[in-house]
Design a protein around this ligand. Structure first.
Ligand code: FPP
Length: 245
């Protein structure tokens, strides 16, 4: 994927920016714990950080952002915490209905049918309402897991093969990519994971195969536009060879 030339005249930013940034919004629970608050408060602040960062990315012209909102593993959390995250999602899905003119396309990546109807119908409506917006695309990874996504793609491809519509020898990397939820979107260039954890945690594992990784000890609720600038400067200094010499 070609990298972007910076669109706005922001002196602190490098000339070359990533086209697609993936955010693992980690550290909400620890942010709350440090303050003696229930974990849900951390997610509320995490939701504010999401809005701050996506607004800034839109201003500087990054066209694709992915956010890990809810993983297939997050169902193991307490009912109270899950309900808190679902409430935040619902509030955002309602709030965004008054901002449909901002040119942001929203796409949910993952099996949203597992969510209560009030979430999946709102999410589907938002995807339909914004399908022609092209200033910024936000991929919400919701009930998402990279292994689950690849398994789902493998099943679809196997069904085509079983029906005789595709020969096994014609299956290429491109075939797999075309059966992922992200078929129409570019691979991730930069993954940002705050909170000091050095893992991908099943986040867009196919799409991040050649991504650069940026880790910071800052907790997601504290993640600022200055922290993002640091990540972008670091990214611009990396030599990306995609396996070449
Ligand atoms: C991981 O931090 C965070 C989550 C599992 C939830 C992320 C969800 C939000 C920020 C709400 C987003 C809402 C919208 C509208 C996008 P953690 O809880 O695992 O943190 P910890 O490792 O410190 O416990």
């Amino acid at each position: 994927m070609a990298l972007l030339k910076k669109k706005v005249d922001a002196p602190g930013l490098p000339e070359v920016l990533p086209t697609h940034i993936g955010f693992i919004m980690d550290g909400n629970g620890r942010w709350a714990k440090k303050r003696g608050l229930p974990r849900g408060y951390g997610h509320v602040e995490g939701g504010k950080a999401f809005k701050r960062i996506m607004k800034y990315c839109k201003e500087i012209g990054i066209p694709y952002l992915s956010f890990y909102v809810f993983s297939t593993e997050n169902w193991k959390r307490s009912e109270q915490e899950i309900q808190g995250i679902l409430k935040l999602m619902t509030e955002y899905l309602d709030e965004v209905q008054s901002h449909l003119d901002e040119g942001i396309r929203y796409v949910a990546i993952g099996d949203i049918s597992a969510f209560p109807d009030y979430i999946s119908t709102r999410m589907q409506k938002l995807m339909d309402d914004t399908k022609d917006c092209d200033e910024l695309t936000i991929l919400f990874c919701c009930n998402y897991g990279g292994r689950h996504e690849i398994t789902h793609a493998a099943r679809e491809i196997a069904e085509l093969a079983a029906r005789g519509e595709l020969s096994p020898e014609d299956i290429t990397e491109d075939t797999v990519a075309q059966h992922l939820y992200t078929a129409e979107f570019p691979d991730v260039d930069l993954v940002i994971r705050p909170s000091g954890e050095l893992r991908l945690s099943n986040f867009l594992i196919w799409q991040c195969a050649y991504a650069e990784y940026y880790f910071t000890n800052v907790l997601w609720p504290d993640f600022s536009t200055e922290d993002l600038d640091k990540a972008l400067i670091d990214f611009a200094g990396r030599g990306r060879r995609f396996g070449g010499a």
